[in-house]
Design a protein around this ligand. Sequence first.
Ligand code: ATP
Ligand code: MG
Length: 408
Amino acid sequence: MGIETLTSAPAAVTTAPQKPTLLIVDDEPGPRESLRIVFKDRYNCVVCTCGREGIDYVQKHPVDAAILDIKMTDMTGVDVLREIKKVDPDTECIMLTGYETLDTARAALRLGAADYLNKPFDVFAMRELLEKCLTRRQEKRNRTATLDTLQQMNKELSQELAQTNRQVTAGVISAGVVHEMNNPLSIISGYTQMLARDLAAMEAGKAGNPQAVQQRLSSIQREIERCKEIAKRFLNFSRVRQSAPGWVEAAKLVEDAAALVKAHPGNRGLEISHHASNPSLRCRGHAAEVLQIILNLGVNALQAMEGKGQLDFSAEGVEVGPASPIYRAAEYNPQQPFVRVSVRDTGCGIAPENLQKIFQPYFTTKTQGTGLGLAIICELINQNRGAIAVESQVGKGTTFHIFLPVGQ
Ligand SMILES: Nc1ncnc2c1ncn2[C@@H]1O[C@H](COP(=O)(O)OP(=O)(O)OP(=O)(O)O)[C@@H](O)[C@H]1O
Ligand SMILES: [Mg+2]
């Protein structure tokens, strides 16, 4: 007993790489031999003389198709079929059956066998069946390869879309950001003029006040820091994706989001507040992406409020995530601590029948909307292993909760 290949050399040596591999498992030498002779030119034939050997072979080598005798002394062909399907469900299996095992052969079809043929088999029927099986296997492989390519393209497109969304938002708020810098710059300008006056007085022989000069200099320094902070916040948001996820300070996140929404041209003097329960709380993720999530929610809130009401950004730590959030990442695990970032508005609210639809790409109730803001958030939540929950009451307002795993 043993695995027989076409020559006495091991299978790997005799295998022509372009030929598909056909496994023949039969403990009767007659049919086994004739199958091998008939198919040796078309296939790389591997012949096993009992079920155990067949299973051992498929567990170590790829097999395209198998012909399995149903009735063998050590186990049934159905047992071998089951094991083959565990290793590769796409391996095509043909059962060889006698009259007494016909019912078993039919049962094998339910376990994924392609077909069965009666012993003694007809060579032409067997050849035709095998060809059909291999064509089907090839088609399945092509389909899987196409699906993989499409999924990869979809992933790349989603990332590109998120990136474009960030750039567009950055463009929209850039004017506001420059405007925001005006304040500290005019304060700096004021203090510089005062210092120039102090200097002129000192030159004219008047006694200087070093304490006042020191105070003016520190005020200038403080306003320069403010400018740097505004610029940094904006650049952090608009820059491209870093390769590895880092961590984001929750307090900084809500502060930056509030400042950037304030700078958005859609903001016409709304009350915008932010707070974080714990200043050292951090969440895992890409800083710019996490900020983009909160900013997209903030812009939606602005638009829902139409210039009046209150908008609040808050962050706090929670022990576990929600069990059934309205949206969850594929790799979301609720049994761990999360940072919950909430964006609460007192705007128009969302009608209950729209709650499920709002995350669909292109769903919008706005004349100027693309309906992509929340779909992009979902993609970013997916990449950052989080979840989204939402509470809304028509006419009262909406709160979106974003759950992101706590950063180490
Ligand atoms: N805070 C909110 N209050 C009320 N409705 C909201 C709120 N956030 C989202 N929605 C609803 O969800 C829809 C989808 O939002 P989404 O951000 O995906 O797209 P959009 O804002 O319409 O367009 P875009 O973001 O592409 O400019 C909105 O059109 C709106 O009906
Ligand atoms: Mg939007």
